[in-house]
Write a protein that binds this ligand. Structure first.
Ligand SMILES: [Zn+2]
Length: 54
């Protein structure tokens, strides 16, 4: 799971794999495309170090 910022909620929200639309690789890690429970669709960057720490 991951916790991107959602402007509709006005805070970070905890999302799960079912909220993931797509994952794109970048040189530093990944860009996650997600849909929040409120309907907001956005992206968040995750770098490899964070992913390993989690
Ligand atoms: Zn939301």
């Amino acid at each position: 799971m991951f916790a991107p910022y959602c402007p509709i909620h006005g805070s970070r929200v905890l999302l799960f794999a079912e909220n993931l639309i797509a994952i794109d690789s970048t040189p530093r890690g990944w860009t996650l495309r997600f849909r929040c429970d409120c309907g907001y669709t956005g992206t968040c960057e995750v770098n490899r170090r964070e992913m390993i720490a989690a």
